[in-house]
Design a protein around this ligand. Structure first.
Ligand code: NAP
Ligand code: MG
Length: 476
């Protein structure tokens, strides 16, 4: 085993304030509710106090968004709107290191990922949708915006989820009120500063921080025309009930339990990298994580041996260290959920193996873990764990693989590893998943639509398809 010298990224570039207000109508204002604390999950350090938006604050934000929509943003030409989006994208690139460091501090993800994936993808989404702003008449969905969008996002990819929500909404001429997750509010507030720096007209983007009640107030506000939510299936269902019978348009991006399917003719080392990337990227806090490994019986022993050897080399620890592969679990609550389901896995008879690694004394940590001998009835095979925990099942034939892969209430993504193009195509036709990756996993691009089937939600984000959620349609 190699020994690495620590290579921590400096946090001097970020200026974390002791307290933060809400971003409403282009300015930071005090909230009328009580403040809450956000912590660094890698060491439990309290980072800042953040205002909790009350119903009245949410109402003020929605009214600001309505004024900006009616008076400025919906009247502006697409080419003018595009200039703002391009400007925001450029500032994101200029301040990329600051955004990446702050994201890693507030969320716990490795700097290597926030620097190389989250922030570049954030900028790419603004660049991509800037390009659409003056070409909406070619979108196939008309060019009339909906009005005010209320957007609620989770904590696993705070900046990336913000981009997926805000960039297409603004490009189409809508204004937004966005609620980040309670445990990861800081980068959304830094994004608010970037909006100021870009001279975005006041009220076009509003950020209301808070917990579930703030989200509930936002999605049920009568003057919100469009609700966009990413999060758990449970909350997604509650939101669907809350907006039923109103004129609001809704898109829901919910949970997943993806199958990563390895056939015997796959290049095994490459597949092992794909398995590791599929479940340990972002500590497994990924809606489309490859959390169920389906491996063909003839190569199961070999794949497991190589996988364990590779897992033993994963570096778990300080998210700001550039050598780190697996960072901290985002919150004590999430850690408790991961522990609970893992214990269920053991008590149901699956065999547990965790990578040998020393976990830091403070903060929220969970060693990369794999369960073998898992059956389809086990809870670890059915429920989303949303952590660095892989369940392994075996299969003999392609049709058995399809049947097992589709035996889930979810349908967000899947991976197929084989040397045969024909097998890839037939698997892709039979898998009930919004995205199927072939000989790769967790690849994202702003030009490509992403979204689920069944309990993974409805609507698509990204690409031309992502415009549909923010436009009135061809005939209006
Ligand atoms: P969550 O509990 O559903 O929370 C998501 C967001 O909704 C948070 O901002 C949350 O506030 C807020 N919220 C809670 N209750 C609400 C209510 N009644 N009305 C309106 N908003 C409410 O999800 P999570 O545990 O943070 O995130 C993990 C889940 O997100 C996983 O299931 C994952 O698969 C899913 N996810 C899906 C995608 C996708 O694209 N399909 C992408 C990423 C994640 P708080 O801050 O207080 O929690
Ligand atoms: Mg935090």
């Amino acid at each position: 085993m190699f020994e690495y010298a620590p290579a921590p990224e400096s946090r001097a570039i970020v200026d974390i304030k002791p307290s933060y207000g809400l971003f409403i109508d282009g300015e930071f204002v005090d909230g009328s509710g009580t403040a809450f604390k956000t912590v660094n999950p890698a060491n439990e350090e309290v980072l800042a106090e953040v205002a909790e938006a009350s119903d009245a604050d949410v109402d003020a934000a929605v009214r600001a968004a309505r004024r900006a929509y009616t008076r400025v943003w919906s009247r502006m030409s697409g080419a003018e709107r595009a200039k703002y989006l391009y400007r925001i994208a450029r500032i994101i690139q200029e301040r990329g290191r600051e955004l990446a460091v702050l994201e890693s501090i507030d969320n716990g993800k490795p700097i290597r990922e926030s620097r190389d994936v989250d922030v570049p993808s954030l900028a790419a989404h603004f660049f991509y949708y800037a390009g659409w702003a003056d070409k909406l008449k070619y979108s196939g969905y008309g060019s009339t915006p909906l009005g005010v969008a209320g957007q609620v996002i989770p904590w696993n990819f705070p900046l990336m989820m913000l981009a997926w929500k805000i960039a297409p909404a603004l490009a189409c001429g809508n204004t937004v009120v966005l609620k980040p997750a309670e445990t990861t509010p800081l980068t959304a507030l830094l994004f608010a500063e970037i909006c100021q720096q870009a001279d975005l007209p006041p009220g076009v983007v509003n950020i209301v921080t808070g917990a579930g009640d703030t989200g509930r107030a936002l999605v049920s506000h009568p003057d919100v025309d469009k609700v966009a939510f990413t999060g758990s299936t449970e909350v997604g269902k509650a939101i669907a009930r809350a907006v039923a019978g109103t004129d609001k348009k809704v898109t829901l991006e919910l949970g997943g339990k993806a199958a990563n399917i390895v056939f015997e003719d796959a290049p095994i080392d490459q597949a092992v990298e794909g398995i590791v990337n599929g479940i340990f990227f972002n500590q497994g806090h990924v809606c489309c994580a490859g959390s169920r490994l389906l491996v063909q019986e003839s190569v199961a022993d070999e794949v497991m041996a190589r996988l364990k050897r590779r897992m033993a080399t994963l570096r778990v620890g300080d998210p700001l260290d550039k050598n780190t592969d697996v960072g901290a679990i985002n919150s004590a609550e999430q850690l408790a959920k991961i522990r609970e389901l893992s214990e269920v896995g053991e008590s149901e008879g699956a065999e547990r193996w965790s990578a040998p690694c020393e976990l830091p004394a403070h903060g929220y940590w969970f060693a990369p873990t794999v369960f073998t001998g898992v059956t389809q009835a086990h809870r670890i095979a059915r429920e989303e764990i949303f952590g660095p925990v892989l369940s392994v099942l075996t299969f003999r034939t392609p049709s058995e693989a399809v049947e097992k892969a589709n035996n889930t209430p979810f349908g967000l993504s899947a991976g197929v590893w084989t040397d045969k193009g024909s097998l890839i195509l037939s698997m892709a036709n039979h898998l009930r998943a919004g995205v199927v990756w072939a000989n790769t996993f967790n690849k994202f691009d702003p030009t490509s639509p992403f979204g689920g089937y069944k309990e993974s939600g409805y609507g698509r984000e990204g690409g031309r398809h992502g415009l549909e959620a923010y436009l009135k349609g061809e005939d209006s």
